[in-house]
Design a protein around this ligand. Structure first.
Ligand code: FES
Length: 115
């Protein structure tokens, strides 16, 4: 595990997110009410860029493709792919899979991610 600088804390307003390439991997850094969190950027369903999705309920990220929802803090699947109707047929071969998460710390106003 190593710590990598990603951006300034002030670069990500509350309830916003930012896609950042760190150590060769695109990650998504979130600013929630209780702090900063990071997940992988690609959806575990069919690799859609979650950076184009939206934050809902202040703690979940919804995929822009088939609306899977993940808990930002833990990466756990909250709702699996469900849009458009019929996408569930694919779920036989694309079963639920949590997002990778990364620990974010704030050091003198800079965000550091552990990877
Ligand atoms: S690619 Fe994200 S739900 Fe299908």
């Amino acid at each position: 595990m190593a710590q990598y600088p990603v951006c300034l804390a002030e670069d990500i307003p509350m309830n916003e997110k930012k896609t950042i390439k760190v150590n060769g991997e695109k990650i998504l850094v979130f600013h929630l009410e209780d702090g900063f969190y990071a997940t992988q950027n690609s959806c575990t369903h069919l690799v859609a860029p979650l950076g184009r999705g939206k934050i809902i309920d202040g703690c979940k990220i919804q995929c822009p493709f088939h609306r899977a929802r993940f808990d930002i803090r833990t990466g756990a699947v909250v709702d699996w792919a469900n849009f458009p109707p019929g996408i569930q047929l694919l779920n036989v071969i694309r079963s639920e899979k949590a997002l990778k998460t990364y620990k974010v710390t704030v050091d003198a106003g800079k965000l550091m991610v552990e990877m």
